[in-house]
Design a protein around this ligand. Structure first.
Ligand code: ADP
Ligand code: MP5
Length: 268
């Protein structure tokens, strides 16, 4: 049996719907051995974020050294990184250990409004992390914050994708969850071609952790050897059914259903 390893570098969500917890559940469902480097602890539930406690840069670096020296991942994803210092350290270690198949989810603000990235860290993200990305996965507000553009139309999103490409990312996906359209349109750009993935928009409160889950699924598929577009297509299917078969946990914005993808496959 060939075992592939996937790493998440992200914050902990005590509520289990987003962050490290969502990533590890997703890796497991997609049959990638999951590993984690924690950047911050959050006290969080479906009602919001009650506390944010970043780790020190050296604590993050030490975890990356432990992984890099023994358990080189076949793919990795980053989530909540909180500060410019942590971003720089993570980018440096990714390069030092020659880690490939890098999915960057530029997490900035939780759905409930809590800040998961300091404003002054956006420059570090542009300078250090986006250039090492195999795939970068901003939602619409994140793409706006990185590019400085206001994204009102699909043409605006295409322009933002081009700018992200020029920052050095190999593939860009601007996620459409925050869009105004009746359907959800995720826009992909590989430097040459635009591809739109169009899916039914689910009317639900339970979308906590969709971005984390989606990026983790891309990383798991890259770890198994898929090319970027195929990895994104599987991840899109994974997140669609995870939203459709939601779990109704908690009294706020609930998590997605990480076992829906495998449960549905088992029924076919
Ligand atoms: N209501 C929804 N119905 C269907 N898919 C959705 C919905 N909301 C988000 N998605 C999908 O979930 C993924 C994450 O999108 P988005 O919510 O925009 O990111 P984030 O969690 O980073 O804000 C994307 O693939 C998007 O298309
Ligand atoms: C630790 C952590 N990482 C990421 C998110 C973003 O997830 P969402 O945008 O769905 O709130 C979060 N809420 N918490």
């Amino acid at each position: 049996m060939t075992v592939v390893k996937a790493l998440t570098i992200a914050g902990s969500d005590s509520g289990g719907g987003a962050g490290i917890q969502a990533d590890l559940k997703t890796f497991q469902e997609l049959k990638a051995y999951g590993m984690s480097v924690l950047t911050a602890v959050t006290a969080q539930n479906t009602l919001g974020v009650q506390g944010v406690y970043p780790l020190t840069v050296s604590q993050v670096e030490e975890q990356l050294d432990s992984i890099g020296e023994d358990l080189k991942p076949d793919a990795l994803k980053t989530g909540m990184l909180f500060s410019a210092e942590i971003i720089e350290a993570v980018a440096k270690k990714i390069q030092q250990y020659d880690m490939n198949n890098v999915v960057i989810d530029p997490v900035m603000i939780a759905k409930g409004g809590a800040k998961l990235l300091q404003d002054e860290a956006i420059d570090a993200m542009k300078k250090h992390l986006i250039p090492v990305a195999t795939v970068v996965t901003p939602n619409i507000p994140e793409a706006e914050a990185i590019t400085g553009l206001t994204l009102n139309s699909m043409d605006d999103r295409k322009e933002a994708a081009k700018r992200l490409y020029h920052l050095g990312a190999q593939n860009i996906i601007i996620k459409g969850g925050h869009g105004e359209e009746k359907e959800v349109i995720d826009l992909i750009y590989d430097g040459e071609t635009f591809t739109q993935l169009i899916n039914d928009r689910q009317i639900t409160e339970n979308t906590h952790g969709t971005g984390c889950t989606f990026a983790a699924a891309i990383a798991a598929e890259l770890a198994k050897g898929a090319d970027s577009l195929d990895a994104i297509r599987v991840a899109r299917e994974f997140i669609q059914v995870a939203i459709e078969d939601d779990l109704h946990i908690g009294s706020g914005h609930g998590p997605t259903n990480h076992w829906a993808f495998q449960s549905r496959r088992a029924k076919v």
